[in-house]
Design a binder for this molecule. Structure first.
Ligand code: FAD
Length: 318
């Protein structure tokens, strides 16, 4: 229920999509205990408005799911991972575009900036170069023969752009590379006592421009900022770190976050790709939807839950 309500996603959404892509139908309890069945068990269904898609990602604010019908797919037979390190940030955005327009469809394309690399290496070293400006982790999956060819092609593309590339030779080596990405959460906890972690999304075409602009925001406020995330789908986790006992620094982090959202929206992006709106991003939802769009959201909430009983106070100011 939680995964569907949050429309959860992760690194492999680049190829496989978010939870919403897999929900074919729902049984949901809404206002006055009424039960609605939406969607069906078929792959094509254009009957009426797509209420199933509306309910997925509604953060528990429209109703309670009591039955979920999911589409399942087989697991891929093979996976391979490559690590590429860069000495400048602009090239990373270009590399993402080059890979995604090459005809190869990676299962994951993850990004870590300079400070993310340093944080992980200081926490539990896996041998990443601490002088690199950024890195990309690229995973391809599918038939074993195709996977070998594709990872070699990805390596060639990245090398042509000046990146240093290492292809994991075994599953164990690949896991070691992914450990760096997975250790980021605890590694950041080691740097400062406070953290604001946002997950904005940019249209991928603007990444070469937007990445340096994020750095400018951090510089303007004199804050330590760590950026990592699912760059293949333009979804970046922007973390501002501050000392919890320093109210001035915390306020700076809050102002910097406002600017980060403004930046994402100025590029026709989104304020959140995974974390959802909840309480803390309610104000920014209005920025993204505009006045009329926000009224529509409120109208939907009222239609499903006029007494504001489902997860009250979240997403919409009622
Ligand atoms: C450490 C951590 C890491 C995370 N990483 C990611 C990530 O990488 N990507 C990502 O997308 N998300 C991430 N999340 C958020 C994630 O989407 C949700 O926490 C998770 O999917 C919710 O599942 P849950 O079973 O824990 O739900 P819960 O926490 O129980 O519920 C979450 C919400 O769903 C609603 N809900 C629960 N059950 C139902 C139901 N049956 N019907 C209607 N509404 C319901 C609740 O009202 C609540 O608002 C992370 C969260 C944490 C704590």
């Amino acid at each position: 229920g939680g995964n569907v309500a949050e429309n959860a996603g992760g690194p492999r959404c680049l190829k496989y999509g978010v939870t919403r892509e897999y929900v074919l139908g729902l049984e949901t309890v809404i206002k006055e205990g009424k039960v609605i069945r939406t969607g069906s068990q078929v792959l094509k269904d254009v009957a009426g408005y797509d209420i199933t898609k509306l309910l997925v990602g509604s953060e528990g604010t429209l109703g309670l799911f009591t039955e979920i019908t999911l589409k399942l797919i087989p697991k891929p037979k093979a996976r391979m991972t490559a690590l590429a390190t860069f000495d400048n940030l602009e090239t990373v955005g270009k590399a993402v575009s080059k890979i995604l327009t090459s005809g190869i469809f990676p299962s994951a394309l993850e990004f870590m900036d300079r400070d993310a690399i340093r944080a992980v290496e200081d926490f539990k070293p896996v041998g990443l170069p601490k002088d690199a400006e950024a890195l990309l982790l690229v995973e391809v999956d599918g038939h074993p023969n195709a996977v070998k060819e594709e990872i070699a092609e990805v390596g060639r593309i990245l090398q042509q752009l000046g990146a240093k590339v290492q292809v994991a030779k075994s599953e164990e080596e690949a896991q070691k590379l992914w450990t760096a990405r997975k250790n980021l959460g605890p590694a950041l906890g080691n740097l400062k006592t406070g953290k604001i972690n946002e997950d904005i999304v940019f249209p991928r075409i603007y990444l070469p421009e937007a990445l340096p602009k994020l750095r400018e925001i951090a510089k303007k406020y004199g804050l330590l900022m760590v950026v990592f995330g699912h760059i293949g789908d333009g979804n970046l986790h922007v973390n501002f770190l501050y000392d919890k006992s320093n109210r001035e620094e915390e306020e700076k982090a809050e102002r910097a976050v406002d600017e980060v959202f403004e930046l994402a929206l100025s590029y026709h992006g989104s304020i959140t790709g995974e974390h959802g709106v909840g309480l803390t991003k309610r104000k920014f939802l209005k920025w993204q939807f505009g006045e009329t769009g926000y009224e529509i959201l409120k109208g939907i909430k009222k239609l499903f839950d006029p007494k504001n009983l489902f997860n009250p106070g979240k997403v919409i100011e009622f």
